[in-house]
Ligand binder design. Structure first.
Ligand code: NAD
Length: 504
């Protein structure tokens, strides 16, 4: 961005009017249409962003294509790209407060959640700045007269489509590995939470990413997201969102055989064994479901407790749940923030009401609530449901809200069977001391991420992604670099006599 445009961008941000960034320039939608952006905690409008259409997507893809096909980014020495990634991280650090506050205001999440997620976004750029330096091909064993090596080459233009639950973190998970290897990207944030993705794209330019390498388009998923997945100019689609959307994307992307990675939904089991450290298990299980107001793909929404400790555990779990503070998301005393939208609130409540109709019992929460000072926001009481069997809809479908079902199990085998009895396979937690049992249960669970006596599912460096209908591909780790690269095999003949394979 030129200095004048930087100033213009700054002024627009102050007015709450954000532009997309295409080819390094702030741009409006060609149609002139806009989308309004709201604070879910207050219901207030906070900003306007362009509502892009197909022509805007064409411009963004063209910019990314040109940057990839003819630009300098992928040709930079790897150390130079690494320095730019570190610079992105350091600018983010210097703007930490602003980024955190914007994330809170746009998503309704709590200050502490946003602080953790923006920190992780920053560390993600630092991680890939380091990881890319060691990312390389191999020399393979071939007969002595031959020589074979492989090299990793960027896959091209990546369309990156992300959800609303971790806006900044998801943008960082997507952009960092892609640009580290030399790809260009067109990022499409969720319509409800576009702001920090735009800010991050601006920061990428400030740090020295050349124009066209990182582009951001804002608009409805059903139209422009879908258009991106079919676009001839796109080589790869990296998507995070609902499983149903992922299936649609995979089928559309197959028409041009795009590379696809999908990070989808979950219904993760949380298994508490009788020898557990009770305090750690209760703390971790409450955090495991209610963190980010339960709007997490890895939310441990099915809590299975061994029958011998079920009553004691449930009492302690309920006591803690009742202590959770809902309120001003910008206060560091608040544990539970707002639900992202009225329609998500309705969806959560419908799930809970359906569970009651199926015979479940609500032992905490179970309804939308009003929060003092935030009466026009969207709030749902932390909800605990018992008398549930694992085949009920509430135990099988992703609620994506602060709702947990609690069930009993009687032995290790049953715990594994129940844990796996879902279409999803994103994450699972184990609370136990017996190391043999922990190993056996970890081995038996079909999930991409296993948390052992640990409330956290991931940090930069740890692979994150799912089994089964939770998708495929791993982010946040070295593996992600492979998913943005093609492997080229170079086989050469090094013998002294010419080869004559046809014996002519
Ligand atoms: P969503 O699928 O509705 O939307 C995600 C993104 O896709 C948005 O940007 C949206 O605009 C776009 N989109 C919607 N329809 C599209 C289409 N037909 N073609 C292309 N793009 C389209 O998901 P959401 O409601 O924003 O997010 C919640 C979901 O995301 C949950 O299911 C959650 O489990 C999942 N999630 C998964 C992970 C993970 O790493 N596995 C992480 C976070 C969220």
């Amino acid at each position: 961005m030129t200095k004048t445009l930087e100033k213009q961008f700054e002024a627009e941000v102050k007015r709450g009017t954000y532009q997309m960034i295409i080819n390094g320039e702030p741009v409006k939608a060609k149609s002139g249409e806009i989308m309004e952006v709201f604070n879910p905690a207050t219901g207030e409008k906070i900003a306007e962003v362009p509502k892009a259409g197909a022509k805007d997507v064409d411009s963004a893809v063209e910019a990314a294509r040109n940057a990839f096909d003819y630009g300098k980014w992928k040709k930079y020495p790897v150390g130079k790209r690494a320095r730019v990634l570190n610079k992105i991280a350091s600018i983010m650090r210097s703007r930490f407060k602003e980024l955190v506050e914007m994330e809170v205001i746009n998503s309704g999440k709590t200050l502490s959640a946003a602080q953790g997620q923006v920190s992780q976004a920053i560390e993600n750029f630092e991680f890939y700045a380091g990881a890319i330096v060691g990312h390389r091909g191999e020399v393979n064993n071939v007969p002595g007269r031959f020589f074979n090596y492989t090299q990793k080459e960027p896959v091209g233009v990546a369309a990156q489509i992300i959800p609303w639950n971790y806006p900044m973190m998801m943008a960082a998970w997507k952009i960092a590995p892609a640009i580290a290897v030399g790809c260009s990207v067109v990022l499409k944030p969720a319509s409800l939470t576009p702001i920090t993705a735009i800010l991050l794209t601006e920061i990428c330019h400030e740090a020295g990413v050349p124009e066209g390498v990182v582009n951001v388009v804002t608009g409805p998923g059903a139209s422009i997201g879908s258009y991106l997945t079919e676009h001839e100019g796109v080589d790869k689609v990296a998507f995070t969102g609902e499983t149903a959307t992922g299936k649609d994307i995979m089928s559309k992307a197959s028409q041009t055989l795009k590379r696809v990675t999908l990070e989808l939904g979950g219904k993760s089991p949380n298994l508490v064994f009788p020898d557990t450290d009770m305090e750690a298990a209760v703390n971790g299980s409450v955090f495991g479901i209610f963190y980010n107001t339960g709007q997490s793909c890895e939310a441990r929404s099915r809590l299975f407790v061994h029958e011998d400790i079920y009553d004691e555990f449930l009492e302690k779990f309920l006591n803690q749940t009742k202590q959770l503070v809902l309120g001003d998301p910008l206060s560091d005393k608040t544990h539970i923030g707002a639900i992202i939208s009225q329609s998500q609130l309705n969806k959560i409540d419908q799930h809970v009401q359906d569970a009651v109709k199926e015979g479940a019992t609500i032992v905490a929460g179970g309804e939308p609530i009003k929060v003092e000072g935030f009466e026009n926001g969207y709030w749902y009481a932390p909800t605990v449901i018992t008398n549930v069997t694992n085949d009920m809809k509430i135990a099988q479908e992703e609620v994506f809200g602060p709702v947990v079902v609690v069930m009993k199990f009687s032995d290790e085998k049953e715990a594994i069977k129940l844990g796996n009895d879902t279409n999803y396979g994103l994450a699972a937690a184990i609370w136990a001391k017996d190391q043999g049992l922990i190993k056996r249960v970890s081995d038996g669970l079909q999930a991409g991420v296993i948390m052992v006596n640990c409330p956290f599912s991931a940090m930069p460096g740890t692979p994150f992604g799912g089994y089964k209908q939770s998708g495929f591909g791993r982010e946040l780790s070295i593996e992600s670099l492979d998913l943005y690269t093609e492997t080229k095999s170079i086989l050469s003949y090094a013998g002294s006599k010419p080869l004559n394979p046809f014996n002519l």
